[in-house]
Structures are given as structure tokens and as C-alpha cells.
Design a protein. Sequence first.
Length: 239
Amino acid sequence: MFLICLSPSAVLGLPPTSSANPCSIVDVSFGLTYGLQIGSGDPSYMSFVHRFAHIVASLGTLRNLCDLLPYFPSTADAGKFEGMNESLLTRRLTEGNFKSDVVSYFHLHFTPTQLSANTTALVVGGSDTTATILANCFRELALNQDKQERLFQEISTRGVVDVRETKTLPYLRAVVDETLRLWNAIPSGVQAVVPPDGVEVGGVKVPGGTVTRVMHYTLMTSKFGGAGRVEEGNFVPGR
């Protein structure tokens, strides 16, 4: 098995981090070395994210209940997590606006309220989701040795692969797309509201104003979701 590591610092044009101190999404967003990648940071960050993900995955199919969640009181864990995020943001803002990180950009274009609201997204959005997708990608490649070998051959001919180089690797892109199709890290589906006049889907009349949601896995493994004639549940990059 092989591993491709694309440094977030390279994506944003930041100074590269050393191999002993790899860059995480928190480092890139806040310009701070928080240690989440190497295990020296606060482990309660990820433990909360994991518990939250389990709840979302369980309740994701219960749309009406999910819509009521904002009206429930916040739990102690959620309050602690929000407090940690605010502390992280405050710590970063006291250092000024000279760093080339995500917060510097947000600070110029967002109100304080918007900046605070996006702090959680910066911490959660690019960490566990990325790890989940990569884990499933490596699992599929381990189970499908022929695909792994084809990807290895494509990459090994290029030498050192940086971010720009990935644009010229079509099979790598196909592997990533197929992983996202089968193992999307976001459990909730795409939500839409039916137009006032209603619509007819498969012979069923759906009244106007109805809120609909289709889970990603259901959509992407359906013959109507673009999977084509190849069996929908199979891992077939470039299908």
C-alpha cells in the first residue's frame, strides 16, 4: 500500500511544516501549531467530533427530528466545545492580521459574529471528514489490488507529486471521485423544497412546500444517480 500526502500549507502557499510536525486544518486555519496531527493537542476536540458524528449519523434519516434540534438546549459537551473554539479564535486574533492563514482572510471580510460562527466549521470541516474519506479510500484500494496497482503505476512515473501535479493524474481523480460516491463523509442528504405547484416523481404526486431529503449513499448507489450500467455497489474508478 502507498500513501500520498498533500500538505495543506502547500495548497495555501504557506511556509512548509517539517516532517516531524505535519500540518493540520487547524494549523492552516489559525496559523497555530495545535498538535492535533501528532497527538500532542487537546484530544477532547476529536472525541467530541466523533460523538457528534455518531449522533448525526443516527438522526440523519429522521428529518423532522433534526429540524427540531436547534430548539433543544445545548449540552455541556457542546458548550465546552464552543468555548474551546472561541478560545482558539481569541488566541489567534491577539496575534494580529499578518499571517497568511484562513482566519486572516476571514478577518478582512467577515463580521465578528460571522467569524465566530465559522470557527467551528474550520475546526471540524476539514479534519475528521478528510480522515474518514482517506481511510475508506485506502480500504477500497487494499480490497481491489488491481486498482491499487494501476494507481501506483500512474503516480510512480511522475516522481515527486505536488498539488499542481495531481491535476494531471486522471486515475487518481477517478479513485477519489469513486470513494466520495460510495463513502461520503457527510451522512445527511441533499435537502430541497418542492415548488408551490408540486411535482410528480415516479408517478407519485408530491405537494408543494414539502421538504425532501435523499441520503447521499442512497442517491449515489441508485441506478438513477449516475452510476450507470456497472453494478452500483462496486468500486470502479472511472466508471
